[in-house]
Design a protein around this ligand. Structure first.
Ligand code: FES
Length: 405
């Protein structure tokens, strides 16, 4: 990790470091941001009383559904640091017992409620695992990766989602997969307007007769929508139209070397894109009108992220509409758009990882004009994050005092 206060750092020019201090929090957020909501999976994938380990922001967590409600606790025993998920043992539906020496914790408040091997221990009732608030919405489970003082509530889930995401007339379907790159390379890959160059050979374009340009030439005036008002989601919107001219022909030294099919008439090949805290992309009218693709880049650890690819379709509320949309999703959108088309993006993120792995890539990269929206995003994220996620030492747990009865 780069230490911005290290005046003796000779690897990078200190002037460059000073310039980048405007997005210093972002560069340090290798594990994501603390005190934000992140999706951790689809509700249908968590069965009743079947605890499941997950990793979020470098922390090992255990989620469980009890009487329909989802709970999340640290997956690290306070006694000697092993993970419950090595061998899950639950002797009552609302507790987990450590397989090693029998320390037993409540799922709802993390309290050490019993020790099976020494029921007289003075430790019982005096310690608690950290617990994390969970909410379910749109068929997904969201965990608040943060610290909530006793008697307080976490910020509303809607503040960490695109503004319309929870609208009742939108139906959401999607997939999730683990990607071997830092989460920021995912977020920036999606928002980066000229990354579409990698899609020029995608079979999706011919299969769907949906040509896209090779790139976007910047116009003189570049305008972005910056959403930074208190009490509302924070994000950067790039309207694309007006900011760029689509590039359909590419030349080297005046000679045409590549071209892509120009769409006919008013065919819209330019979609508004936006990037929201804590790392959520939206692409409007993609893969087709009335659908917005929403991508969550959720930090697993420093080198991996969960990539949730969600298609949110407007006006789908009736059972028949839902049935049709599910069929459309399974037969068309998932294989062609989410896997075929987006596999190019995944490949690009993995290929970028080595350059940014030791963090100096953030200083050595040479950005060009179309990257102005990435800079706006980095600044917004640095200014409006509620904290930077730091993982506890590997295997160590955060010990918290149990809540008062
Ligand atoms: Fe868990 Fe001892 S390490 S009870």
């Amino acid at each position: 990790m780069i230490n911005f206060d290290n005046e003796n750092d000779t690897v990078v020019d200190q002037e460059v470091v000073k310039k980048l201090k405007g997005w210093g929090n972002y560069i340090q957020a290798k594990l994501g941001f603390r005190n934000h909501w992140y999706p951790v999976g689809f509700s249908e994938d968590l069965e009743e009383n079947k605890p499941k380990p997950i990793q979020l922001g470098g922390e090992k967590l255990l989620i469980n559904r009890i009487d329909g409600e989802v709970f999340c606790i640290a997956d690290t025993c306070l006694h000697r640091g092993v993970s419950f998920s090595e061998k899950i043992e639950c002797y009552s539906k609302d507790t987990v017992t450590c397989w090693y020496h029998g320390w037993t914790y409540n799922f709802n408040d993390g309290k050490l409620c019993d020790i099976l091997t020494d029921p007289n221990s003075q430790m019982i009732g005096t310690r608690a695992l950290q617990t994390y608030p969970v909410e379910e919405a749109k068929g997904m489970m969201f965990v608040f990766l943060g610290d909530v003082a006793e008697g307080d509530e976490p910020p509303a889930l809607g503040l960490d989602l695109p503004p319309w995401f929870l609208d009742e007339d939108r139906y959401v379907m999607g997939i999730g997969r683990e990607i071997e790159s830092n989460w920021r390379l995912g977020a920036e890959n999606g928002f980066d307007t000229t990354h579409i160059f990698i899609h020029k050979d995608s079979s999706y374009l011919t299969a769907r007769d949906a040509p896209i340009p090779l790139g976007f030439a910047t116009e003189q005036k570049l305008e972005l929508g910056i959403h930074d008002k208190d009490g509302a989601p924070k994000g950067v919107v790039d309207p694309l139209m007006g900011n760029y001219r689509p590039v359909f022909d590419a030349n080297i030294k005046g000679e045409s070397v590549l071209s892509s099919v120009r769409p006919e008439g008013e065919h819209s090949t330019i979609y508004q894109v936006s990037l929201w805290m804590p790392g959520i992309l939206t692409v409007e009218n993609h893969p087709e009108p009335d659908i917005t693709q929403v991508e969550f880049y959720v930090p697993i650890d420093e080198k991996r992220h969960m990539y949730f690819q969600i298609l949110s379709k407007k006006g789908v509320t009736e059972p028949e509409q839902i049935h049709r949309y599910k069929e459309e999703f399974t037969s068309l959108h998932e294989p062609l758009a989410l896997r075929g088309f987006n596999d190019d993006d995944i490949w690009a993120r993995k290929a970028s990882q080595a350059f940014y792995d030791d963090d100096y890539g953030w200083l050595e990269e040479q950005l060009f004009e179309p990257d102005h929206n990435l800079i706006a995003w980095r600044k917004l994220a640095s200014e409006h994050c509620r904290g930077i996620q730091r993982a506890p030492r590997t295997g160590a747990a955060r010990v918290v005092a149990p809540k008062k009865e």
